[in-house]
Design a protein around this ligand. Structure first.
Ligand SMILES: [Zn+2]
Length: 120
């Protein structure tokens, strides 16, 4: 079966378990994705990065085609920062800028309260 070149390029670039020195997977004999098999790690940790880079649909459907799945995978949604609308990385709640701003604000409020309490 012919594989999507885009998928394999993406895999080699983004999979932390891909052995760039010898090829294949660092933990198994062969890279499952290269062998047209499903890989749990790839699905959980690597595929969502495609969404982030704007290649989501291409990579997801190439992977599904390789594994002969029929569109069963849940697409990782591109999430946006609620404060400014910047795209978020997986597990981020706010973009880096807004997260920093919020931390500073919390700190300022804490200090204000602290000062107010120690005055009274
Ligand atoms: Zn933001």
């Amino acid at each position: 079966m012919k594989q999507s070149a885009g998928l394999i390029t993406f895999l080699k670039k983004n999979c932390a378990n891909y052995d760039h020195h010898y090829g294949g997977c660092l933990f198994e004999e062969n890279c499952k994705v290269e062998k047209n098999r499903r890989c749990g790690y790839f699905e959980k940790a690597v595929l969502p990065m495609a969404v982030e880079s704007g290649q989501g649909e291409i990579i997801y459907s190439a992977y599904e085609k390789n594994c002969q799945l029929s569109g069963v995978l849940e697409r990782e949604q591109k999430r946006l920062c609620p404060d400014c609308g910047t795209g978020l990385r997986p597990r981020q709640k706010y973009c880096e800028k807004c997260a920093r701003k919020r931390r500073q604000k919390t700190r300022r409020e804490y200090l204000r309260r602290y000062r107010a309490n120690s005055r009274g």
